[in-house]
Ligand binder design. Structure first.
Ligand code: NAD
Ligand code: COI
Length: 326
């Protein structure tokens, strides 16, 4: 069988593509380019394509369908960048590539700790030999209440990590998890917004939760609340967040994701103007740690992403049950 990989990264993915293509008997075609209307033709003759976090809209899905593509297999977890509805209408199957939750969960804890200990300011001052104390007094996790929104694989790993700090943990999800209940208490959104010192997001982006943290939600929150987002940018109304940062309502934020980031992050734009004003605005705040969608990025996750994306194609080709199919 043949698979075509877009956005192929020689510097870290190549050894895993080599290893798993050999194991699964896959003939690989690839390009370092992203899938677009201009590059779609490169996958001509391939029924399976593997992609990263790049926009695959209805027009591109239709082009792939016209070319005879049977499956779009993600090398990641989220699928909000793909027009899944149109793909399914056209008979294209969608698969994702789950990987261990520790990478994002650990990163989330790092963003929480950096936020409550004013790490960005501390480092900025330190670079100029300013070793003063005013303005950077931190808080201790054990004294705080953390609201975890989404208790799937990553949310539960965050809760496990948090359990070691002795903080109070509140949780919210459409479905309750027995594992999460070991350390966290489920509550409604309103209670979580009103009582949490830190609110952290761990749900996929869907039509239902777009801007789940909006102006109204922020108004309900405690003064000085810390917002952490390692899930998807559009879960937060960024305009409302910027206002809340300016007013001091939000005391700090740790954001690995931001609205309208697709196509920007993981690329070098230093010689051009980026078409996302939220990034420079947020980066300008002393109390915002902004990372460029790197929470997932570890040695373990990259191997899992490549393997599971290829496995999704392999299962489909061999009529085997595919646990990664959406
Ligand atoms: P998961 O499917 O295991 O868990 C998601 C949870 O969210 C589920 O329990 C689900 O019931 C809940 N949920 C869905 N919609 C909801 C809603 N409207 N209200 C409340 N709960 C809702 O997924 P996961 O592996 O934990 O990943 C979560 C998300 O994290 C992914 O979808 C992806 O967007 C994001 N992610 C980010 C990175 C990164 O590098 N920053 C890496 C991996 C995943
Ligand atoms: C995901 O797996 O959903 C991610 O967000 C990571 C991706 C950008 C590689």
């Amino acid at each position: 069988m043949k698979v075509f990989a877009y956005s192929y990264r020689k510097f870290d993915e190549a050894p895993y593509f080599e290893k798993y293509c050999a194991q699964l008997g896959i003939e690989l075609g690839y390009t370092e380019l992203d899938p677009t209307m201009e590059t779609a033709h490169l996958a001509q003759g391939y029924e399976y394509i593997s992609i990263l976090l790049t926009r695959v809209d209805a027009q591109l899905v239709e082009e792939f369908a016209r070319m005879g593509v049977k499956m779009i297999s993600n090398r990641l977890i989220g699928v909000d960048h793909i027009d899944v509805k149109r793909a399914k209408e056209l008979g294209i199957r969608i698969s994702n590539a789950p990987y261990g939750a520790n990478c994002v969960a650990d990163f989330t804890l790092m963003l929480m700790l950096m936020s409550i200990r004013h790490m960005k300011q501390m480092m900025r001052r330190g670079e100029m030999n300013d070793f003063t104390l005013p303005g950077i007094q931190g808080m201790e996790m054990a004294n705080l209440t953390v609201g975890v929104l989404g208790t799937g694989k990553i949310g539960r790993a965050v809760i496990r990590n948090l359990s070691g700090f002795g903080c109070r943990i509140l949780a919210y999800d459409l479905y309750q998890s027995e594992e999460a209940k070991k350390y966290a208490q489920y509550a409604d959104l309103d209670t979580i917004f009103r009582t949490s010192d830190i609110v952290t997001l761990h749900m996929p982006l869907t039509d239902e939760n777009y801007h789940i943290i909006d102006r109204e939600a922020l108004e309900k929150m405690k003064d000085g609340v810390v917002i952490v987002n390692t899930a998807r940018g559009p879960l937060i109304d960024t305009e409302a967040l910027l206002d809340a940062l300016e007013s001091g309502k939000v005391g700090a934020a740790g954001l690995d994701v931001v609205e309208n980031e697709v196509g920007l992050y993981h690329n070098d734009w230093k010689n051009t103007v980026i078409h996302n004003r939220y990034i420079p605005l947020l980066r300008g705040f002393n109390n915002v740690v902004l990372t460029s969608h790197k929470a997932y990025y570890t040695d373990q996750s990259v191997e899992d992403m490549v393997r599971n994306s290829l496995l999704g194609c392999y299962y489909a080709e061999h009529n085997q049950e595919n646990p990664f199919e959406i």
